[in-house]
Write a protein that binds this ligand. Structure first.
Ligand SMILES: C[S@@+](CC[C@H](N)C(=O)[O-])C[C@H]1O[C@@H](n2cnc3c(N)ncnc32)[C@H](O)[C@@H]1O
Length: 301
């Protein structure tokens, strides 16, 4: 099968969702009655569709797609999309680089390899992604890893708790364009300013949770350590396994792991990932204030 540039990656998506559910590969394997090595293979994009379906079920996920028609089973939805695209099984097989009977088995029995499903979805332009089976697809796609992370607006109650300690921040370097002042700060940066400009004073930052998150966390630490900002409070997805967490948060910031899952402002369901506040450069009075203002949080550092 030829290598197709997919624009999405079912194996990597599975890994993202597993991590967002705070499960190890072994824990997911146990839940899905699979071997740990099978989960590892799935996350690398290989394995059977049966094991893939078992892993999705264990995580409460379904395969969705911008152009993917509704229907009870993936195999039927694939067949419908193929017909809509005006492709015969033979033509699809040729594009994917498999035989026609292989596509036949996929559509009749839902059997095959994950790598083939990935290729079929790509050829058919399904716009595929994984989403929770409870229908919250638009809310949760790749939290913490993809550009859609821009929409996680800080819950008002959390901001109110922070104002009890800081009254008002000097800077929000990551302000909403449509409502710049939703975080009480003297200065707000939007568009590209947040990473490019120096920070100052006490800063509250809730950066976009996309692939650029590491750059924001590195900047937060640097701005305090190089004494441009005095204190930076960052609302982050709690990802102590991430390299940037090891490099810039661990043993450098005081961390408040927030209990449960946040309900981000303007979003109905709770976030599918845990959150933490990382604070660089806090004074002891501010830490005492934060301890009181965040009684449910677990403080590390
Ligand atoms: C998660 S939202 C936070 C919004 C608001 N500050 C809050 O806490 O609710 C992140 C925001 O950062 C903005 N943003 C993205 N990249 C930026 C950059 N380089 N400089 C400034 N703002 C940026 C996005 O437009 C988005 O509104």
């Amino acid at each position: 099968m030829g290598k197709l540039s997919a624009g999405f990656d079912l194996g990597a998506d599975l890994r993202t969702h597993r991590r967002a559910a705070s499960l190890t590969q072994l824990e997911l394997a146990l839940r899905a009655s699979l071997a740990e090595r099978t989960v590892r293979a799935l996350e690398q994009g290989s394995g059977t569709l049966d094991s893939w379906e078992a892993a999705l079920k264990a995580l409460g996920l379904v395969l969705s797609g911008r152009n993917f028609p509704g229907g009870e089973t993936t195999r039927k939805r694939l067949a419908t999309l193929r017909r809509r695209r005006g492709l015969s099984q033979e033509a699809l097989a040729r594009s994917v680089g498999v035989t026609k009977p292989t596509i036949g088995i996929l559509e009749r029995e839902g059997r095959g390899r994950l790598s083939m499903l990935q290729a079929v979805l790509t050829v058919l332009g399904a716009g595929a992604y994984l989403s929770p089976s409870d229908g919250t697809a638009a809310f949760f796609t790749h939290a913490g890893n993809a550009p859609v992370g821009q929409r996680w607006e800080t819950p008002t109650e959390l901001l109110d708790a922070l104002y009890r300690v800081f009254t008002r921040f000097d800077l929000d370097p990551c302000a909403l364009q449509k409502s710049r002042t939703r975080v009480k700060a003297r200065v707000h940066f939007t568009e590209d300013g947040g990473l490019a400009l120096p920070w100052h004073g006490t800063v509250f930052v809730n950066p976009p949770y996309g692939r650029g998150l590491a750059a924001w966390v590195a900047k937060a630490r640097r701005e305090v350590e190089e004494r441009r900002a005095r204190t930076v409070v960052a609302l982050l997805p709690a990802r102590p396994d991430a390299a940037y967490w090891h490099d810039h948060v661990a043993a450098r910031a005081v961390v408040y792991f927030l209990r449960g899952r946040l309900r981000f402002s303007g979003s109905e369901p709770s976030a599918p990932f845990p959150s933490a506040l990382a604070v660089w450069g806090a004074t002891s009075d501010e830490l005492i204030g934060l301890d009181k203002a965040l009684p449910e949080a677990w403080r590390a550092g």
